[in-house]
Design a protein around this ligand. Structure first.
Ligand SMILES: [Zn+2]
Length: 312
């Protein structure tokens, strides 16, 4: 099958050889072992919490602690002995990295020399994938813990079990576990065009793939069809799964799809999005000539667009 890439002049920027952020995407578990079997191993946990080789990732609420080096912000880890002066909530076991236990711990905003608490989302695109994945896991667990301080069944206080991966009501025994909300995200294609939309919350000029949360009783494919019809009034078909990305802002799993649609004018629902437009492949190929700004390179939205743009 013939490739459809245009011939480019020598002076123009070369095409990206592969899409940014290929699977496993940024914020996935990369380069460490979640070691779930160790969460209930009390002897291991007690030993690891004292082990000077263990590493503790510090958070304040949802913000991890970073240190700035020549390459930009890097996560700042502390050792067990550095926690002695604090009385944190029980650290959360994240797993093993190079045979060393890694925990997340909230020191209630304690000042750590050289460290700054930053939003993961603001630095995520510049982090190594392994670091971003570990921080994403820590942030998602912190978000869940902060919003499950009391029992959803009886309002009683919760205690932490399984090294931070379960909370149990002391009054009625109800257990709760970390949640992930499935959301679909889809690049709609019609021949050489793709359909991108913008939310009023986006930065100026940014357009992205359409997305929405899965409702109870719905398949992923049904969510894709419903969401796109709601947002732009277009009925898609040939819905194909592509890949997924944990998106801990705050607790989503983005399930990426492609779908086909007729090249008809979108009729937007202003309650959902601000604008939607078809863009021809030739308008997006060269970054400096794009009429819109694409989503950040750490997102599956960007991957879905570039995957089609450069590989089809
Ligand atoms: Zn309860």
């Amino acid at each position: 099958m013939a490739h459809k890439r245009p011939i480019r002049a020598q002076s123009e920027r070369p095409l990206a050889p592969t899409p940014a952020n290929p699977p496993p995407h940024v914020y996935s578990s990369i380069g460490y072992d979640r070691a779930a079997d160790k969460r209930d191993d009390r002897a291991f946990q007690a030993m690891a919490l004292r082990d000077p080789e263990s590493r503790f990732l510090v958070l304040h609420g949802l913000k991890p602690l970073f240190v700035e080096d020549a390459t930009g912000p890097r996560p700042l880890f502390v050792a067990a002995q550095d926690l002695a002066a604090h009385r944190p909530e029980p650290p959360v076991f994240l797993g093993l990295h190079e045979d060393r236990a890694v925990f997340a711990v909230d020191l209630d905003g304690a000042v750590v020399e050289g460290g700054t608490y930053l939003e993961l989302r603001s630095v995520g695109p510049n982090l190594a994938p392994g670091e971003a994945g570990l921080l994403a896991f820590a942030r998602a667990l912190a978000h869940w813990r902060l919003r499950h301080r009391y029992c959803g069944a009886c309002g009683g206080p919760m205690v932490t079990l399984m090294a931070g991966h379960c909370r149990r009501c002391e009054a009625c025994g109800f257990d709760t576990f970390p949640r992930t909300d499935p959301a679909v995200i889809c690049l709609v294609i019609s021949g050489e065009h793709c359909l991108l939309g913008r939310s009023r919350h986006f930065p100026d000029g940014m357009y992205s793939t359409l997305a929405g949360f899965v409702e109870p009783g719905e398949s992923l494919e049904q969510t894709v069809v419903r969401e796109i019809e709601e947002e732009v009034g277009i009925r898609v078909e040939a819905v194909h799964y592509r890949s997924s990305q944990p998106w801990p802002f705050p607790q989503s799993l983005m399930l990426g799809f492609r779908a086909l649609a007729p090249l008809v004018e979108p009729v937007i629902d202003p309650a959902e999005i601000e604008d939607a437009r078809w863009l021809h492949r030739s308008e997006l190929l060269y970054p400096e000539k794009r009429p819109v700004r694409l989503p950040n390179p750490d997102s599956i939205a960007r991957f879905l667009i570039e995957d089609w743009l450069y590989s089809s």
